[in-house]
Design a protein around this ligand. Structure first.
Ligand code: PEP
Ligand code: MG
Length: 580
């Protein structure tokens, strides 16, 4: 038995037979081409580009008919990449310089592109090299006239074990047969992370060497809740996981049955429970889990698509579609937050030594107003399609907020001038995720329509602990008295100013903290859609007086450890805090 720990990207527990999916490796011949044949060789390349493009166009139509427009967009971007004029002219140039067969030339050109992307030390660009690998394999297969061996050939239920999965692998796989996924590579912004969550396939990625430990047919357990993969489990471990899976399934079923309920404490106080999403495909889970709306739509995801920077029209169509699908339920779309751990070539400044404290979010728009204006135009135009709220990330001072509000007014004026319709009274709010904003929230509250507390960043900046660094992860403590005091300041200031205050950091979705957050005065929590039913269950198990009393005691405590113990003993008799 071997147990490996990776990144838990999609929850659930599955036990099944492994299917080791190794990437196709074609033998690429290398031979000389006489000078007078170079033209024909290039024509062969153009014809392979055409066949590969036709193949992808067909898949795009399937993607349109099936579940995922995201996959369709990926293929569209691959079509653009394969037909890129620079790419074609590089192949042409290398053909005449090297006088070798075009399969070999194509593999060299793409290897060089991938090497360049990998050498930049940028996670986003590294993940984009997946796209080039994908188009390279498709092109070479067409040049060699070979059949593709795809994941669509799977006939039994399996757990896919792979080094990494290409977008086209995910597109072609029969999702009803794929029970779980484990990969050697992959990061939090990889396609696989987002797609497995959207399709609710339990997945653990970033395992390092899982492919070296597994053979097809091995028994494998994927624990997507805790990021663990167990290969050939012993009887005792298997029995334990069979039981945990039954528990998990029962728990999920019970919770899904609660989806239609409202988030209400025992005494009837309503708590708004909304969802955090990154891609439009997540709207089905948002509805299925009974969300009151979308509390955080991280709009930067659209900008992480390979191939192109989205235009105003691309953005308008996406936002409108999200609003229409949510049928007038509130949708909070956050303007771009690139920087720190969120990477995009558009904003990446390699010279930054400390990007988390650097040129990100609102700071980026102030020096690139055109990016902000385009997004605001798209957002304001889409506002007539539903119940939109716009939110600015990473505000750290009143001056910064004033500038961004001024830029917003300019965009509105231009829309008025162009006679373009938008909702005049659209609520504009800010994220409170920087301690300076929390401490001056009384001033900020007078200028905006709502607050949403982003604890992921607020904790990192308050305790000076990088939220992505495993070495200091033990210091990342939501119950640190400093964090709780800041949350209290923000909630109190919002209440005094008469504006709503929600929380959309990960802390809001963790049942362990929910009682405390409600006790602190929060009446809106936004979280991963699948956590909503369990949050409803928790909330219905206490009354407001009880949690206010708990919070009063906790706020007098000196350490996170004491607070932790107090919550455990308080929760003890009411519900099993460890079962979720
Ligand atoms: C946060 O910082 O809490 C937050 C919700 O934003 P993100 O995780 O996108 O930085
Ligand atoms: Mg943040």
């Amino acid at each position: 038995m071997i147990e490996l720990k990776g990144i838990d990207v999609s929850p659930g527990i599955v036990i099944g037979k492994a299917f080791l999916y190794t990437e196709e490796k074609y033998f690429i011949p290398k031979y000389d081409i006489p000078l007078d044949q170079i033209k024909n060789e290039y024509a062969r390349f153009l014809s392979a580009v055409k066949s590969a493009t036709d193949e992808m166009k067909l898949l795009v139509t399937q993607a349109d008919r099936e579940v995922s427009k995201y996959e369709g967009r990926l293929l569209d971007s691959h079509i653009l990449m394969i037909n890129d004029l620079d790419f074609k002219s590089t192949v042409k140039k290398k053909l005449s310089e090297n006088k070798k067969n075009v399969e070999w030339i194509v593999s060299q050109v793409i290897d060089e592109i991938i090497e360049k992307l990998n050498s930049l030390g940028d996670d986003y660009l590294k993940e984009r090299s997946e796209d080039f690998l994908d188009i390279s394999q498709r092109l070479i297969r067409n040049l060699l006239n070979m059949e593709k061996n795809t994941l669509s050939d799977i006939h039994d239920e399996v757990i896919i074990i792979s080094h990494s999965l290409l977008p086209s692998d995910i597109l072609s796989m029969d999702k009803s047969k794929v029970k779980g996924i484990a990969t050697d590579g992959g990061g939090k912004t990889s396609h696989i992370a987002i797609l497995t969550r959207s399709f609710e396939i339990p997945a653990v990625i970033g395992l390092g060497y899982v492919t070296q430990h597994v053979n097809t047919g091995d028994e494998v357990i994927i624990d997507g809740n805790k990021g663990r993969v167990i290969i050939n489990p012993d009887e005792e471990t298997k029995t334990a996981y069979v039981n945990s899976r039954i528990e998990w399934q029962r728990h999920e079923l019970q919770l899904k049955n609660l989806a239609h309920l409202k988030g209400k404490t025992k005494d009837g106080t309503h708590i708004d429970l909304k969802a955090n999403i990154e891609v439009i495909e997540e709207i089905n889970p948002v509805r299925a889990h009974g969300a009151d709306g979308i509390g955080l739509f991280r709009s930067e995801f659209l900008f992480l698509q390979p191939g192109k920077v989205p235009t105003e029209e691309d953005q308008y169509l996406l936002y409108s579609s999200v609003l229409e699908k949510m049928e007038n339920k509130p949708v909070t779309i956050r303007t771009l937050d690139f920087g720190g751990e969120k990477i995009a070539p558009l904003t990446r400044d390699k010279s930054e030594e400390n990007p988390i404290l650097g040129w990100r979010a609102v700071r980026f728009y102030l020096s690139h107003p055109e990016v902000f204006r385009t997004q605001m135009r798209a957002l304001l135009r889409s506002s007539v399609k539903g119940n939109l709220r716009i939110m600015f990330p990473m505000i750290s001072s009143c001056d910064e907020l004033d500038k961004i509000l001024e830029m917003t007014d300019e965009v509105k004026k231009k829309l008025d001038k162009d006679k373009i319709e938008y909702k005049k009274d659209i609520p504009i709010g800010i994220m409170i995720e920087v301690p300076s904003a929390a401490l001056t929230s009384d001033i900020l509250a007078k200028k905006v329509a709502f607050f949403s507390i982003g604890t992921n960043d607020l904790i990192q900046y308050t305790i000076a602990v990088d939220r992505c660094n495993e070495k200091v992860a033990y210091l990342y403590e939501p119950l640190h008295p400093a964090v709780l005091r800041l949350i209290k300041i923000v909630v109190d200031n919002a209440r005094d100013a008469g504006i709503p205050c929600e929380m959309c950091g990960e802390m809001a979705g963790d049942p362990f903290f929910i009682s405390l957050l409600v006790g602190l005065g929060l009446r809106g929590l936004s979280m991963s859609p699948y956590r909503i039913p369990e949050a409803k269950k928790f909330i219905s198990s206490f009354s407001l007086d009880e949690v206010i009393d708990l919070t009063r005691r906790v706020l007098e405590m000196k350490s996170a450890l004491d607070i932790n113990k107090t919550i455990i003993s308080w929760a003890g008799g009411r519900f099993d805090i460890n079962s979720v």
